[in-house]
Write a protein that binds this ligand. Structure first.
Ligand code: CA
Length: 440
């Protein structure tokens, strides 16, 4: 687990003025990403306030030598897979070096290089931070699993018997993961209402979002070699926000017996910045104790340290902005506010489970945690839950209402960490706007 050091000192400020008091990217965060400046190709960068630090440019100026050199060199290209492969020592060395570069007491000679090493984030394009080899989506948000179970099986058990023994997951589709801000085309697919005898093909009528956290894997693991639970967190290089767009009507028809397929793989949106385990170190918390009567995790999924500090205190928010709201300058409407602490399984347990059969993971693989819903209905992480499967429309300040998403609707996910005496850090936004389905 990452430990606290001088880079977590809330009193430290940056000479990059917009970083001081920034909601997401103060000096204490320093998340990793891939960006293109207005005139230039993709390269590795670090978010600082409203700016992006150009890591290869810093390297050219000789600002990142010594222990941080290997990490800086691994950020020269269009993906961060090589950096993720290096793991915590190189990543931490880079964090410390960049902290000193950007801290308020940095030498004037470094600050004078600002025009060369900093770009206004608003002028840059963000890319996926890694070439994603494999994407796995878990189902570790127990309140979401309970809510969906109650909706789908009102007379049966909400949870399947396996739920409290293993982190349920499925292999998702890596090719359709995109960074925040790109439009999301409504999928066509087979839909069948309960009253219909046969399905028809057409645009999804029940398009939904799922509020999740993403987990970036690195370093990789070897085929045939399980990662012990006590070593699992060292294989995780960072976190992001993830929207697992879901076509509920397509899902309801296709999912049995093998699980989600075309209802999920048309598009997944991630926030483009990798927030590191080091940045989140002040916000690690104990895993919420299991309710009395729940089984203890089997030995290969239990680690005392992981239970003591393996959960994350991240406030998670989903907002909706319809086309009419956008045109009338109405601010986005908050659909929910919850917290990642409500996950039933830690991310280390997810990684240990994923490799427990010998399945190998590669740097840049992506996990979704599963939809994170709070126990209270103000913190439910999908419209399926909020609208009770379409039976209770959500009233919006524009006078409109929604059960599921309409064309022109934008979903905005936000994640923020706050703790007394600590500089708050955030994830940046994870946005996507629905556009009309392809017409055949
Ligand atoms: Ca999901």
């Amino acid at each position: 687990m990452a430990t606290l050091d001088r880079t977590h000192d809330a009193a430290r400020q940056s000479w990059v003025a917009s970083a001081n008091g920034h909601a997401d990217f103060p000096l204490q965060n320093l998340p990793l990403g891939v960006f293109s400046p207005p005139r230039g190709g993709p390269r590795g960068g670090i978010a600082i306030g409203d700016m992006i630090l150009d890591v290869p440019a810093c390297r050219r100026h000789g600002l990142l030598a010594g222990a941080s050199e290997a990490a800086a060199d691994a950020m020269a290209g269009g993906t961060l897979n090589a950096l993720l492969a290096l793991g915590a020592p190189a990543r931490t060395a880079l964090r410390h070096a960049v902290f000193d570069l950007l801290a308020g007491n940095a030498p004037a000679a470094i600050q004078a290089l600002a025009p060369d090493i900093l770009h206004r984030a608003a002028d840059c394009a963000m890319h996926l931070p890694a070439a994603i080899g494999d994407y796995t989506d878990f189902y570790a948000g127990i309140q979401h699993a309970l809510n969906v179970g109650h909706l789908m099986r009102p007379d049966g058990a909400a949870l399947m018997p396996n739920y409290k023994y293993l982190p349920v997951g499925y292999h998702g589709r890596a090719s359709s993961v995109r960074p925040s801000g790109l439009p999301v085309r409504r999928p066509n697919g087979q839909r069948k209402r309960a009253t219909e005898d046969a399905p028809s093909f057409g645009p999804s009528r029940n398009l939904d979002y799922e509020l999740e956290m993403g987990v970036w894997v690195g370093p990789g693991t070897a085929l045939g070699e399980p990662v012990p639970i006590g070593d699992a967190s060292a294989r995780i290089s960072g976190f992001c926000l993830l929207n697992d767009w879901s076509a509920r009507d397509i899902q309801g028809w296709e999912y049995q017996p093998l699980g989600p397929f075309l209802a999920k793989n048309f598009h997944t949106t991630v926030s483009p910045w990798i927030v590191t385990p080091e940045a989140l170190a002040p916000f690690r918390i104990a895993q919420t104790p299991r309710p009395a009567g729940d089984p203890a995790p089997l030995a290969h999924l239990f680690d005392a340290t992981d239970q003591a500090e393996g959960a994350l205190d991240v406030q998670l928010e989903a907002l909706l902005l319809t086309r009419a709201m956008r045109e009338s300058n109405t601010p986005p409407h908050r659909l929910s506010i919850g917290n990642a602490r409500h996950l039933y399984w830690t991310v280390a347990q997810m990684l240990a489970h994923h490799t427990s059969n010998g399945c190998d993971l590669r740097p840049g693989d992506l996990f979704g945690t599963g939809t994170i819903s709070a126990p209270e209905d103000t913190g439910w992480g999908s419209l399926l839950e909020i609208s009770r499967a379409g039976k209770q429309p959500v009233a919006l300040p524009s006078g409109e209402s929604r059960t599921f998403l309409e064309d022109g609707d934008e979903i905005i996910l936000r994640g923020r960490c706050t703790r007394a005496g600590t500089a708050p850090v955030g994830f940046g936004e994870c946005r996507g706007t629905i556009v009309a389905a392809h017409t055949n």
